[in-house]
Design a protein around this ligand. Structure first.
Ligand code: SF4
Length: 233
């Protein structure tokens, strides 16, 4: 199937079968499909995920030990001096905004949920600094609930794979949820993130070394692999 015809002609069932094949290959490539943020409680997962915006997980993991030692849970964070939080998280970037999100979300968790991070999507996205991506990470990693997190890597790779024709994260989530069983959502999205970082990069996708290339129409790319920098996504 050519790249131009794949979205137009591929049936829902065929796309679901292709997604399942891709999922099996990615599962062999990336068997440990978890975020690389360090945390030991639901609140710490939420806090680390907020801090990971526009920042590497490695950098977040360098600041959270001191942050969680001083402010281990939502109650402690809700009562924390803002300046102290800002100082502890400064190296993650956008630290004033992130400190505000942490303290506001902590107060909401305490006031609305008795200090326990809620499980439902509606309750999670109502917290300051928590969008659907963060909520899906928390649901998948803390509560073992279906959650398809869409970040910049997932957005790029699913588009190139022809698993969606949308660029809006909510629509991408909906498209992938329609062709994957809920039990696969969390792991599939984590594996796409890893594949986007390691193989299907934005500027220089390594299609010639990609294990899922036989199932990829490479939508949005042209002149690959001889001119791998000529991309549109
Ligand atoms: S074949 Fe190329 S475009 Fe498709 S997933 Fe692999 S690296 Fe990305």
């Amino acid at each position: 199937m050519t790249r131009s015809s794949i979205l137009r002609r591929e049936s829902h069932r065929a796309r679901a079968s292709r997604a399942a094949r891709i999922g099996r290959i990615l599962a062999r490539l990336y068997p440990d499909a978890r975020i690389s943020l360090d945390f030991s409680t639901p609140w710490q997962c939420l806090a680390a995920t907020i801090l990971s915006a526009q920042c590497t997980d490695e950098r977040v993991n360098k600041v959270t030990p001191a942050l969680f030692a001083e402010f281990p849970d939502a109650r402690a964070t809700a009562a924390a001096p803002r300046a102290r939080i800002e100082k502890l998280i400064a190296s993650t970037g956008f630290f004033r905004q992130k400190a505000n999100s942490l303290i506001s979300a902590a107060r909401q968790v305490v006031e609305r949920h008795g200090g326990e991070v809620p499980e439902s999507m509606d309750d999670l996205v109502a917290l300051t600094g928590v969008g659907r991506k963060t909520a899906n990470v928390i649901r998948g990693h803390v509560f073992q609930q279906p959650g398809f997190a869409v970040d910049t890597h997932v957005r790029r790779v699913t588009y190139r794979l022809g698993l969606t024709r949308n660029s809006d994260p909510v629509k991408i989530e909906r498209d992938l949820a329609a062709i994957l069983p809920p039990s696969e959502w969390s792991a599939f999205s984590m594996r796409l993130i890893l594949h986007g970082r390691r193989v299907c990069s934005a500027r220089n996708p390594a299609c010639e070394n990609c294990s899922i290339a036989p199932d990829c129409p490479k939508i949005g790319l042209k002149a690959l692999p001889s001119h791998p920098r000529s991309i549109h996504v």
